[in-house]
Structures are given as structure tokens and as C-alpha cells.
Write a protein that binds this ligand. Structure first.
Ligand code: SF4
Length: 269
């Protein structure tokens, strides 16, 4: 993952909104789908969409190289000053913002000069190319997914995970499985993707093996599972083989309970 990627999931995890959906866990066609069904039972099964695409991008830029705890107040301040009421076009307001004033508004997020310049440049581009945030939202929701993805990737400060999160959480697109650091680790540990796979390859395997309507909650629930059970340094199975609810689906690549050792799957023997 590039350094530009936010560490945290921009959906907001369990509180990230979305509609409940129901699926039958008995009908999984692949192991990846079975894992996602189990995650759905463990956490939630939702479909996503309807988030404001430009605001997702602004949130991402604010969260770069900092924690959610530091970037959330900056986001709140920015929305209070430039978000206005329902009729306000956030992109237009930010395209016309005074850079030092915006920098001061978002100062709690760190790197505020660079971030304010990026946000203003992005807002100006959205206004020039899509006539504001409503036009950009429509493009994200209805454009050809590959074209939307490459357009997003062409924007300064937007990496693959952010582009996929915008497609999922703003565009409501099925079949998009964003890969963050948790998903990248867990998919390779479990053997759902090759041990040496990079983020893009893991995404390809998951999007191939998980039905489109399950990719969204597969992503958010796998992140939650990574925090609670399959953490980077101390996966739950290391001390207790029965402690992980997904142990029956897992190859434990790079996890050695006998010695207590954990390595990245790419370094596993
Ligand atoms: S069995 Fe261990 S390595 Fe596999 S998913 Fe569970 S905690 Fe992670």
C-alpha cells in the first residue's frame, strides 16, 4: 500500500452506514465466499453506497499520515466552515477557499499546508470537469467502473484503496473489494490469495471469488476481524488453536503456533 493510503477504513467500520442485507451462508461456492459468509455472521452483512464522493476524497486526504483521532476534528472543522447547508456545493466552496484559511481550519490533521493545497486543487478539478460535487457523484455512481477507477487514481493523493473505497461507499458499486493492510495480510495468511501477492493481486483474487453483492461487507468485516482476531503480530490462534472462529478455513501461512513465531506470508517457508 502506498504511503498515501489512509491506515483506517474510510467507511467508519461498523458505524459506516449502509443497508442490511441477508445471505444464506450455506450456499458458498468458493472458500473466499465461505470466509466472507462467516464474517457476515460474525459482524454484519450490509450493502453500501450513497456517501458523498468528494467528501470521501477530502476525508482521505485529511487522514493521510495521521490517525483518525487527529483527522476527525479537522474534518468537522472543514465541514462546519465550508460545508454550509444542504444547498452548498462543498467542491465549489473549497475551490474558492483561501489556502491559508483552509490550512488553519484543518491544522489538527498535520501537514496542513500540503493537505490544504491538495484539497483546493482537487476541488478546482471537480468543478472544472464535473461542474461541482453533484456531477462528480453522478460520475462515480454511473460511470464505467474502470474509467471511474482510473480517473480517481489520476488524482493527486488518491491510491488504489481510496479509489476502491469511493467506488464502494459513494458509488455503491458491487464487486469492489478494497484491500487495506488488514485485508492484504488476512487473505494471504488464510490462503485466499498467493502468499507473495501485492495489494492489486489480492484484490483480483477476492473480486474473482467473492460474489459482487458480498464484497462490500467482506471488506469492512474483514478489517474488523483483523483488529479483533487476526492482528499483524499476535493472531488469536497463536496461543489457543480454538480462539479463532475462522480457523477451519485458514492455512495459517506464516503463523507458527508451535514456536510462537509470526512472519509476513511472503516470508513463510
Ligand atoms: S487461524 Fe489464526 S491466522 Fe488464521 S485467521 Fe484465525 S487468527 Fe488469523
Amino acid at each position: 500500500m502506498s504511503d498515501e493510503e489512509p491506515v483506517e477504513n474510510i467507511s467508519g467500520g461498523a458505524a459506516g452506514g449502509g443497508q442490511s442485507a441477508t445471505f444464506d451462508p450455506e450456499t458458498a461456492g468458493t472458500r473466499a465466499e465461505a470466509v466472507v459468509d462467516c464474517l457476515g455472521d460474525l459482524y454484519w452483512q450490509k450493502t453500501y453506497g450513497g456517501r458523498d464522493a468528494f467528501e470521501c476524497l477530502v476525508r482521505t486526504i485529511l487522514s493521510q499520515n495521521t490517525s483518525d483521532k487527529a483527522s476527525q476534528p479537522a474534518h468537522n472543522e472543514l465541514m462546519a466552515r465550508y460545508g454550509g447547508g444542504d444547498d452548498t456545493d462543498l467542491a465549489r466552496a473549497l475551490a474558492e477557499a483561501d489556502q491559508p484559511e483552509l490550512a488553519e481550519t484543518i491544522s489538527s490533521a498535520g501537514l496542513y499546508n500540503q493537505k490544504s493545497e491538495r484539497i483546493i486543487a482537487l476541488a478546482q478539478r471537480i468543478c472544472e470537469e464535473y461542474d461541482g460535487e453533484a456531477g462528480f457523484d453522478e460520475f462515480v455512481r454511473e460511470g464505467v467502473p474502470d474509467a471511474v477507477r482510473s480517473t480517481l487514481l489520476d488524482m493527486n493523493g488518491v491510491g488504489p484503496k481510496t479509489a476502491d473505497c469511493v467506488l464502494l461507499f459513494a458509488g455503491g458499486r458491487g464487486g469492489v473489494f478494497p484491500v487495506d493492510t488488514h485485508v492484504h495480510r488476512i487473505a494471504r495468511r488464510m490462503g485466499l490469495a498467493p502468499a507473495e501477492a501485492d495489494h492489486e493481486t489480492v484484490r483480483e483474487f477476492l473480486e474473482r471469488d467473492v460474489p459482487a453483492e458480498k464484497c462490500g461487507f467482506g471488506h469492512t468485516a474483514m478489517i474488523q476481524f483483523g483488529r479483533e482476531y487476526c492482528s499483524a503480530r499476535k493472531p488469536a490462534c497463536l496461543d489457543d488453536p480454538d480462539a479463532c472462529p475462522l480457523a477451519g478455513h485458514c492455512d495459517q501461512v506464516g503463523v507458527y503456533p508451535a514456536t510462537g513465531e509470526v512472519v509476513d506470508p511472503a516470508e513463510a517457508e
